[in-house]
Design a protein around this ligand. Structure first.
Ligand code: HEC
Length: 139
């Protein structure tokens, strides 16, 4: 018992520290993004982000999901077609539908923050300001 109590305190402090390290609003953005994902992405990319072979690519640890946020946001705004994505030798022949007239800036920021922090991914959040700026630039 004597050794267990200090260990419990260390765990509580470590957890509190880890939570404090997250940027403000990350948890809330992930929760909102999950709902957007379920409505706008899940049908193709699946609940666990594993995709469908030959049709829809997976979202786990891909260079698009974890890489440059602008390139990633552009895929969501403008969509993709023609099997441009190749992952482990597989290409995907469904079209990725553009979301620019379906989702607003906040929804795109939230869903990308969710995707970048789910399915084994861990990456910085995407903010509404970043989506807004890119949307204006791509007009
Ligand atoms: C109709 C099916 C469909 C829907 C709905 C859809 N996608 Fe896609 N997505 C695709 C396909 C197909 C590709 C690959 C297109 C290509 O290779 O030309 C793709 C590519 C991607 C990529 C880049 C490749 C990768 O796997 O990393 C990301 C990221 C992505 N989609 C995220 C999303 C998000 C987030 C949503 C919801 C807002 C969404 N998709 C909705 C079918 C879909």
């Amino acid at each position: 018992m004597k050794k267990v109590i200090p260990a419990v305190f260390v765990f509580i402090f470590a957890t509190a520290f880890a939570i404090q390290q997250q940027p403000a609003g990350l948890k809330a953005a992930i929760a909102r993004g999950k709902t957007v994902y379920e409505n706008a992405c899940l049908a193709c990319h699946q609940q666990d982000g594993s995709g469908v072979p030959n049709m829809n690519p997976p979202l786990a640890k891909t260079k698009w999901v974890l890489g440059d946020k602008k390139a990633l946001t552009k895929i969501i705004l403008k969509g993709l077609q023609g099997g441009e994505i190749e992952i482990d030798g597989d290409t995907f022949h469904n079209p990725m539908p553009p979301q620019e007239s379906v989702l607003n800036d906040q929804e795109i920021a939230d869903v990308l923050t969710y995707v970048r922090n789910s399915f084994g991914n861990k990456a910085s959040m995407v903010t509404m300001a970043e989506v807004k700026a890119l949307r204006a630039k791509l007009k």
